[in-house]
Design a protein around this ligand. Structure first.
Ligand code: SF4
Length: 387
């Protein structure tokens, strides 16, 4: 018996586009401002939130999670974060266990701010440590020191945060596997609830891309990339961490609810310059997905601008596949069918069979997931499955 589709959980992302310094590998939308135009930014955020509530998302779903990302949200003090959260709570209800994450950088964490953030309602702190070695922090051109990184974790604990993520980067310039293992060991010794481990990616039009073109920064070979990735998984999983997504590891029950909602094809409101939103609409049992992309202009004068597009069923199915296969649990076949209009198994029977016999994919009644071997070939597998 088929059941009617229902709306997925709804999350909210707020982009804070200010940084104290531009890191040479970064292509996120952020600017370095001598005087942050806080009043104009807040006015634009408040007006955009109200617009979403009145014109785009007028159903009564509570918010599943809120995420302050950037840029450097920790540039903002607790009062400002509190003002934004107050505004949000005037417009939406927050789920009882609603996760509220704030991304922070070590140089802008201090005991007073940490206490204020917690007091304002933030219940998860994600700290951009990136490396546990002064040499590698310098090689990444980060604005903080190792001592500041260690202090930020200490302050967060002492300040009362019981849900802490550390962001780490591997395959950084001239890093060996042994050095990465030592950094992972230090990360675990701080006993965070969550670790995000991403490889350094050289993005176009960044200072690192220029260095690479001049031959001053070597591209990692595929074998090296696999070695770093495998070391990360083996080291963390043998120590009891659950690798629930390609780059994310959690203590049992401490998975990031906000990101899980993205990977499970949930909906999200995106506020702030460059933020993206996604909304599911259901009419007569037919699902459509809208994408809302914010321009980077405005915000300094209280204005903002967004562009809305309707995704085709093929696009929605492909997004579901690309996000779902990143997770250990895999992609929901039902969600894929609701979004794309077809079961992947009937759509791509030969390819699915071939990937199963090569031990790259597992298929159950509910899910399609990559095997340990398949995870290493995620991009190639996606290329084959995407329609
Ligand atoms: S702090 Fe983060 S967002 Fe800001 S420049 Fe560095 S990497 Fe980019």
């Amino acid at each position: 018996m088929s059941t009617s589709p229902t709306l997925p959980p709804l999350s909210l992302y707020i982009h804070v586009p200010f940084c104290v310094h531009k890191c040479p590998y970064c292509d996120f939308h952020s600017t370095v401002e001598k005087n942050i135009p806080l009043d104009s930014y807040l006015a634009a955020v408040k007006s955009e939130l109200a617009f979403w509530r009145q014109n785009l998302c007028d159903d009564n779903r509570p918010l599943h999670s809120i995420f302050f990302g950037g840029g450097t949200p920790s540039i903002l003090d607790g009062e400002t974060i509190g003002q934004i959260l107050f505004e949000i709570k005037q417009l939406w209800q927050l789920s009882p266990k609603g996760e509220i994450t704030l991304e922070s950088n070590p140089e802008s964490c201090n005991p007073q701010k940490i206490e204020q953030w917690l007091h304002s309602g933030v219940n998860r702190l994600s700290i951009g440590i990136q490396a546990f070695s002064q040499k590698r922090i310098d090689s990444l051109g980060r604005p903080h020191s190792l001592a500041e990184a260690q202090q930020a974790i200490k302050y967060s604990r002492q300040g009362g945060f019981s849900n802490i993520n550390l962001d780490l980067m591997f395959a950084t310039p001239s890093q060996s596997i042994k050095e990465w293992q030592e950094e992972l060991a230090e990360a675990m010794s701080w006993q965070p609830q969550h670790l995000s481990c991403y490889s350094l990616t050289i993005e176009k039009n960044t200072p690192f891309a220029k260095l690479q073109m001049q031959g001053k920064l070597l591209n990692l070979s595929e074998e090296d990339e696999i070695a770093f990735f495998t070391t990360t998984r083996q080291t963390l999983e043998s120590a009891g961490w659950q690798g629930y997504e390609i780059s994310n590891f959690a203590q049992p029950g401490q998975e990031c609810q906000h990101n899980l909602n993205y990977w499970r094809s949930g909906d999200y409101i995106g506020v702030g310059p460059s933020a993206h939103g996604r909304l599911t609409k259901i009419e007569n049992n037919i699902i459509t997905v809208e994408r809302i992309i914010n321009k980077t202009i405005g915000y300094k004068d209280g204005s903002w601008l967004q562009e809305k597009t309707i995704c085709s069923t093929t696009e929605s199915g492909n997004d579901c596949l690309m996000m779902g296969l990143r997770t250990r649990e895999g992609m929901s076949r039902k969600t894929y069918k609701n979004l794309s209009g077809a079961d992947l198994l009937t759509q791509q029977p030969e390819i699915v069979k071939e990937l199963q016999s090569a031990d790259l994919l597992t298929v159950t009644q509910e899910k399609i997931a990559l095997t340990n071997k398949g995870v290493l070939l995620c991009d190639t597998i996606l290329e084959k499955l995407i329609t």
